[in-house]
Design a protein. Structure first.
Lengths: 150, 334
């Protein structure tokens, strides 16, 4: 009897979880364009100034790697686009990477921010990506922030 | 006999002793042949869990999945804020003088903030020739203590467990947990309940692609039992530290391999390795770009108090923007 009850509890719990995740996925995951693009002003880029000088001056060892931007793009899509947007335009969760502050930041500064995150303000540390992958990401971010379209 | 054998001798024994190979083969045979009727319930749970994760995955966008390969050890990386990771894990274990078992758990891991991850577990087990039962729930929280990366990064872990004495998931080994504890039949063990608080200090470093993690554990059964201690150590590294420019499932960068070792450290009155069980387990993870992660870990007992062989595997899927999703569901303005 008790085995049945516990099995039912399990089934109900699992069904509830599935239902929560299943309801109207388009609506659930739809982005509100107004909400997503409007509050860019709330982000400040002070963290870029906090990078120590040694980190700031670090050159990108993959700067001349022709594949680094493409590989970085792949990594960006996988790990960063969720918050920063597919085109790095930013949204309510994370700042735009197309801004002048990012464009002017040295590769070493971006690498330092990626490594350390901005933990109290929502950005996790990304040191779980090996160093070369973080440099590939930096190559990609620099390429989009320097893009003439912007 | 109960003492810890030298590590090298134990590893040699594990890989060269034909008995270990026979035990491993037998448990795999049991797994694949569906012997008896009872284990099928465990499979129902496993398939149900896998189907639930698969179903949900069809409805969500791909997202990051760069999970560590560890099954017992924790590193200092928390769930990304707002993401939900649904995980299913299985452990097939051998049991001397008793029936082998299959234990399993579902894990719902949510990144509340970038410094706090909270998780809910549902545990169960199936003992071959006995029964399949639900064994409890656990609520776990991990807090990152320092805002930036350091050479050693501490994370504080606290968990409340409400489980029955039939619990066999071996998510951690503590105190003087030994193989013979699992000999009590399910029909009897399931009636005893355990309420436990568990704390861990997770120390983890990442250097040149290598992750080294050390966990020390202190657990207190709330029914006036002494504090018990345990540990877990893990080392892992991705097979490639540089991403390839093309999308791929089988690139070396998607695979991480390593090894973990864990065991009990006695209790407040008898601290140390005496009468404890100890395990070593190679671990491997395959992180798919679609957000799925598959983990596999064959574990080997290092002394006579340990289960001789544990085969663990896990399947997980990360769902990005879960917080937004809930907000939409309940009509909150985003």
């Amino acid at each position: 009897m008790r085995a049945n009850t516990t099995r039912h509890v399990l089934l109900v719990g699992l069904s509830l979880a599935v239902s929560l995740l299943a309801v109207k996925p388009e609506a659930v995951f739809a982005q509100d364009p107004v909400a997503d693009t409007a509050p860019q002003q709330k982000w400040n880029y002070e963290v870029l100034k906090k990078a120590p000088e040694k980190a700031r001056l670090k050159p990108n060892p993959l700067a001349n790697d022709p594949d680094a931007v493409r590989a970085g793009g792949k990594l960006y899509e996988r790990h960063c686009a969720e918050c920063h947007g597919m085109k790095a335009e930013g949204n309510k969760h994370a700042p735009s990477l197309l801004r002048v502050e990012v464009r002017q930041a040295t590769p070493g500064t971006l690498f330092w921010v990626l490594t350390n995150g901005v933990v109290w303000h929502g950005m996790p540390v990304w040191s779980k990506l090996p160093e070369p992958e973080r440099w590939q990401l930096v190559s990609f971010i620099k390429s989009v922030s320097n893009s003439p379209i912007q | 006999m109960a003492g810890l054998r030298p590590l090298s001798a134990a590893i040699l024994q594990v890989f060269s002793n034909s008995r270990s190979a026979i035990v491993s083969r037998n448990i795999l045979l049991k797994f694949f042949r569906f012997q008896g009727k009872r284990p099928i319930r465990a499979f129902q749970f496993a398939w149900m869990a896998a189907a639930a994760i698969l179903f949900c995955s069809l409805l969500s966008r791909p997202c990051s999945a760069q999970e560590s390969p560890y099954i017992v050890t924790y590193d200092h990386y928390l769930e990304e804020p707002g993401n939900l990771e649904v995980e299913y894990f299985s452990t097939f274990g051998t049991q001397r003088a008793g029936n082998d078992f299959h234990s399993f758990w579902m894990e719902f891991e949510y990144g509340a903030t970038s410094w706090w991850t909270t998780e809910m577990y549902l545990d169960g087990q199936s003992t071959f020739g006995e029964s399949t039962i639900f064994t409890g729930v656990r609520w776990e929280n991990r807090f990152r203590l320092l805002p930036r990366e350091h050479f050693i990064n501490p994370v504080f872990y606290v968990e409340y467990e409400h489980k029955s004495e039939a619990d066999k998931i071996l998510k951690e080994v503590e105190g003087v947990d030994v193989e013979s504890d699992f000999l009590t039949p399910n029909a009897e063990a399931r009636h005893g309940s355990i309420n436990e608080i568990e704390m861990k200090l997770i120390l983890s470093s990442t250097f040149k692609g290598w992750n080294i993690s050390e966990n020390t554990l202190a657990a207190k059964n709330l029914s006036n039992n002494p504090w018990e201690f345990g540990y877990a150590l893990g080392v892992s590294r991705p097979l490639a530290v540089k991403a390839s420019p093309d999308r791929c499932n089988f690139c070396r960068e998607n695979f991480t391999a390593g090894v973990e070792m864990y065991g009990g450290l006695g209790d407040r009155y008898n601290f140390g390795l005496r009468n404890t069980s100890q395990y070593i387990a190679p671990v491997a993870a395959w992180n798919l770009p679609s957000g799925w992660t598959l983990r596999l870990s064959p574990g080997f007992g290092l002394n006579d108090n340990s289960h001789r062989f544990l085969l663990r595997w896990g399947l997980s899927r990360e769902f990005p923007g879960f917080a937004n999703m809930l907000g939409h569901l309940f009509g909150g303005r985003q």
